[in-house]
Write a protein that binds this ligand. Structure first.
Ligand code: FES
Ligand SMILES: [Fe+2]
Length: 342
């Protein structure tokens, strides 16, 4: 499906964010992941688990069912499944048919995120999860925090495309986090086996509107803005402002943040979106949390409106590409290759 080849939806063999760790607790949490209903919860010993969210009897949602100890008792006819997926009890008969089981998924908690592997469990190598060091989670003096977990009514790649092409900052987010230089500055790209990076280095550039009241200095800055896309669904962003070269405090840091977006396919035409960031102070975090919700709403709006258009068209015409699409195109190719390999 668009923008991938017909029949291609999403890579299954990859770690995706299923939830922020803090979202998983004793209550059953229902979430669609790669077009499958999944239930997440924490066992009595605190371990996070993810199991199939559909009862194999009559397809009742197990996320709307009852938790009995570490097991789930289906809310329809009471068939019960342990956290290992095995059926333990069928109330209407004395034996448990061998076919009665639900799928379980590998889950790993790292940093703020609970990662799930929707594909072949044999291939679920934890070494493929971005490390906290490489995403800048452990930077001294920076406080990481989970901000928003939301469902977006648009296919996941529209949001990946958005994050792979930050030239939109100068227009979609012109009243908040972007300036014309975000769009006009060419990016520097770098590809490794696990991530695709892009950076924009802007010199003597105005600060975006959201930064105007954040320090005593309101003048031109040197800025770095960029994103590292860890396949298949995690984007680690970098934002830095420094005093410009001709200023007497040249090179000194004015502000810094790390921004983490996770995009996980939900249904064919919707996705789960997790936004987190770190900043040097509690005050910076509180300010960002209040200010950035409208920025995320702009991305959500763009994604959902594009989804409406491409869903309604009889035929989606080919996009007219620009140089600034190179990173997004490369990101799509990498995901397509992952799907082809499966
Ligand atoms: S649908 Fe789950 S027990 Fe019948
Ligand atoms: Fe955006």
């Amino acid at each position: 499906m668009y923008p991938f080849r017909d029949g291609s939806y999403a890579p299954k063999n990859g770690w995706y964010v299923a939830a922020f760790c803090h979202e998983i607790g004793n209550p059953l949490l229902s979430r669609w992941i790669l077009n499958q209903p999944v239930v997440l919860y924490r066992k009595g010993d605190g371990t996070a688990v993810a199991v199939e969210g559909r009862c194999p009897h009559r397809h009742f949602p197990l996320g709307e069912s009852l938790r009995v100890g570490d097991a789930i008792q289906c809310g329809y006819h009471g068939i019960t499944f342990g956290a290992d997926g095995k059926c333990t009890f069928v109330p209407s008969q004395s034996t448990v048919p061998g076919v009665y089981a639900i799928k379980t998924y590998p889950v790993v908690e790292r940093g703020l995120w609970a990662w799930i592997w929707p594909g072949d469990p044999e291939k679920a190598d934890e070494g493929l999860i971005p490390t906290l060091d490489e995403i800048g989670y452990n930077l001294p003096g920076m406080i990481p925090e989970a901000f928003y977990s939301m469902n977006v009514q648009g296919r996941y790649q529209l949001l990946n495309d958005n994050l792979l092409d930050l030239s939109h900052l100068g227009y979609l987010h012109q009243t908040s986090i972007g300036t014309g230089d975000d769009t006009a500055t060419p990016e520097v790209r770098d590809l490794s086996s696990r991530r695709l990076s892009s950076r924009r280095y802007m010199y003597d550039t105005p600060q975006p509107p959201l930064h105007h009241d954040r320090s005593d200095y309101d003048g031109l800055v040197d800025r770095v803005s960029g994103m590292d896309f860890y396949f298949p669904g995690f984007h680690a962003g970098v934002g830095e402002h420094k005093f410009p070269r001709n200023h007497h405090r040249a090179g000194e840091l004015i502000s810094a943040s790390r921004i983490w977006h996770a995009v996980t396919p939900s249904t064919h035409k919707s996705c789960n979106y997790f936004f987190a960031m770190s900043a040097p102070s509690r005050e910076d975090l509180d300010h960002a949390k209040g200010a950035l919700i409208s920025v995320l709403d702009e991305d959500k709006f763009a994604t959902e409106e594009i989804e409406k258009i491409i869903t309604s068209l009889d035929v989606v015409p080919p996009e007219l590409m620009l140089k600034s699409d190179a990173t997004a195109v490369q990101g799509r190719r990498i995901l397509q290759a992952m799907m082809d390999a499966e």
